[in-house]
Write a new protein. Structure first.
Length: 145
């Protein structure tokens, strides 16, 4: 029981560290998007579009950190199929089609695809965290019997 409780604590701590890294990454992408874009182009139009896209990319740092940490934690519990199915549905069946709709039908152009990525990553993070909660609590309950 002690090892399983420790495993859960380590996984949650990993998620916390992931979120701290996401805060840093978010800050860099959000607040330095224009100078970063300017490193690669002298065109004002390219810099403007690129900095807008980097701003959108900044938003999904949190969802990405959580889903990545949860996937790793679930691997530790030897749960690999459910994360595969979750990722497939979240990215390919929800994220990509929603990005396509936003980009092509709601005039969001490239930003629509980035929003679709955010939608897919957020759904994946929610479902994987829920799965982690279920699996880790089930392991704790099984060990206390």
């Amino acid at each position: 029981s002690g090892q399983r409780q420790h495993a859960r604590q380590v996984a949650l701590m990993g998620m916390g560290v992931g979120i701290l890294i996401a805060v840093f990454s978010f800050s860099v992408l959000r607040f330095l998007s224009q100078p970063l874009a300017a490193l690669y182009s002298d065109s004002d139009t390219v810099v403007k579009i690129t900095s807008q896209l980097l701003g959108l990319a900044a938003l999904f740092q949190f969802s990405d950190a959580i889903q990545l940490a949860c996937t790793g934690a679930l691997r530790g519990y030897k749960d690999t199929r459910a994360p595969l199915y979750i990722a497939t549905v979240a990215y390919w069946m929800i994220g990509l089609p929603s990005g396509y709709l936003l980009a092509e039908y709601f005039d969001q152009s490239a930003g629509g695809y980035w929003m679709g990525i955010s939608i897919g990553l957020t759904l994946s993070a929610i479902l994987l965290f829920s799965r982690f909660q279920t699996i880790s609590k089930r392991a704790l309950t099984a060990s206390s019997r």
